[in-house]
Ligand binder design. Structure first.
Ligand code: ADP
Ligand code: ZN
Length: 447
């Protein structure tokens, strides 16, 4: 089902008109209400009369995370404090958290866009959602919660963590759908497997997963391990939280952006100029309707591309590709630029490996060193594991050496990077305990 078909399936020309009107109105309002934007407009010589269509957006100043930090906590609010009905903060993955405010209308919008996303991912009224996104200052839990209620679902507000209890509640309450981070989806799948529960016996049939980068490889693991169809949901607290975009279950190929509220641009990471459609760059988002903390051209740092191809689901909202990573996550190893998801894609092509991995970067003298730690699957471990007979141990050593060199070769071929490879026993690479998983340890930062 489509939750708000009048907007989600709008004709392109009508959507453009709506976006143009909203951009002009929002620009006028931030000029009047937010000192930060008034001085930005004045410095750049931007006049409100210059902003009449959505294409004029490129005349507006770019807003960066540092601007939020400089105005911490409430300096970018466009409403008096008395009209703020809720405050959230980013999870602080990359430094001091940034604070965001919502008016009552913003909270309502937050619920609506999440209801849209749940419906995109296949949810219907009367289904039960097991919500394992974290509750609290983090926007994930409450965002999905309100969205599910708005759609008419039953919500189980479990929050992240306490895996034992999650397993019990899923077994007892028989939910149709789960929301969590992809890495936590893997953790849950593994816990079920360890208890001998077959994916066929898990009640879940749908998943809405996000808050961290993931790949098709991870998706197939989660789909198979939990016996469901997982769709990607994307968002960030600065813009609203989850609900910015989501994949439709019909295609699961690119996330439809709720662009009547959040206007997307893809800009070159260095020049900040727009790139042609389909090309990768930094996603920059403008909130067209938010009141408490409207942001113009917010530089998310997330790397993706846009597509306006038709979609089988009937939505006309443009789609964004899975996020490759954020610019802060990019590693530079001896001059080679690299995102962890790119390593994930290489590892995903090797059947002997589990989907768990970790990257360790260090510096020997003046040279960067990358170590990829990954696990062999249970099946491989049984064959090469400790209880092998003497002559099998020798064969196992050869097998593992061959596997290591295939991984090295794959990384060199696809990414141009030379890496050390550590093969580990199943279960020894850190798992998500509920929220976002940090897969990179950069020891260079310590020195
Ligand atoms: P923080 O920036 O502290 O992590 P947020 O909780 O607001 O705070 O996280 C938003 C960020 O999480 C996004 O900018 C993006 O980098 C990442 N993110 C969210 N959803 C996804 C997703 N579906 N795929 C990849 N990355 C995502
Ligand atoms: Zn679609």
């Amino acid at each position: 089902m489509i939750f708000e078909a009048e907007f989600e399936s709008m004709r392109a020309a009508d959507l453009r008109n709506l976006q143009s009107k909203r951009l002009a109105a929002r620009s006028a309002s931030v000029y009047e209400r937010v000192d930060f934007y008034r001085s930005k407009f004045d410095e750049a010589g931007v006049k409100l009369a210059d902003i009449s269509t959505i294409d004029d957006i490129t005349k507006l100043p770019i807003t960066r995370k540092q601007d939020l930090r400089d105005n911490y906590p409430f300096g970018l609010f466009g409403q008096e404090r008395g009209r703020i009905s809720r405050i959230h903060a980013s999870s602080g993955t990359t430094g001091k958290p940034t604070v965001v405010g919502y008016t009552r209308d913003d909270v309502d919008l937050f619920a609506r866009v999440n209801a849209r996303c749940l419906a995109m991912a296949g949810a219907e009224p009367r289904m039960t959602l097991h919500n394992a996104y974290g509750y609290g200052l983090f926007t994930g839990g409450l965002g999905l919660h309100y969205g599910a209620e708005r759609l008419g679902m039953t919500v189980v507000p479990v929050s992240g963590g306490m895996t034992e209890r999650q397993i019990m509640l899923i077994t007892d309450f028989q939910p149709d759908m789960i929301s969590c981070t992809p890495s936590y989806g893997l953790t849950l799948a593994q816990e079920f497997a360890e208890r001998g529960v077959s994916p066929l016996d898990i009640s879940l049939s749908l998943g809405i997963l996000g808050a961290e980068p993931w790949t098709e490889m991870m998706r197939s693991e989660v789909d198979a391990g939990l016996g469901l169809k997982a769709s990607n949901i994307y968002g960030l607290s600065e813009i609203i939280g989850p609900g910015v975009s989501c994949e439709c279950v019909e295609e699961r190929s690119g996330s439809h952006i709720n662009e009547d509220h959040f206007f997307p641009e893809i800009l070159d990471p260095i020049t900040a100029e727009p790139v042609p459609e389909g090309q990768e760059g930094v996603l920059v988002l403008t909130t067209l309707t938010k009141q408490a903390q409207p942001l113009l051209r917010y530089w998310t740092g997330d790397i993706t591309s846009l597509s306006s191809e038709d979609c089988r689901c009937g939505r006309t909202l443009r789609r964004m590709a899975l996020i490759k990573g954020r610019t802060d996550d990019m590693l530079i190893i001896r001059g080679v630029n690299l995102y962890p998801t790119e390593v994930e894609l290489v590892l995903g092509n090797i059947a002997e490996l589990s989907p768990h991995y970790r990257l360790v970067v260090s510096r020997e003298g003046t040279l960067d060193e990358l170590w990829v730690e990954t696990e062999v699957t249970d099946e491989v471990f049984k064959i090469v594991g400790g209880d092998a007979l003497d002559d099998e141990v020798i064969a196992a050593d050869e097998f593992l050496a061959g596997l290591r060199s295939r991984i090295k070769h794959g990384l060199k071929e696809s990414l141009g990077v030379t890496a050390g490879v550590a093969l580990k026993a199943p279960g020894s690479v850190p798992r998500s305990e509920g929220g976002k998983l940090n897969r990179v340890e950069d020891r260079r930062k310590l020195t």
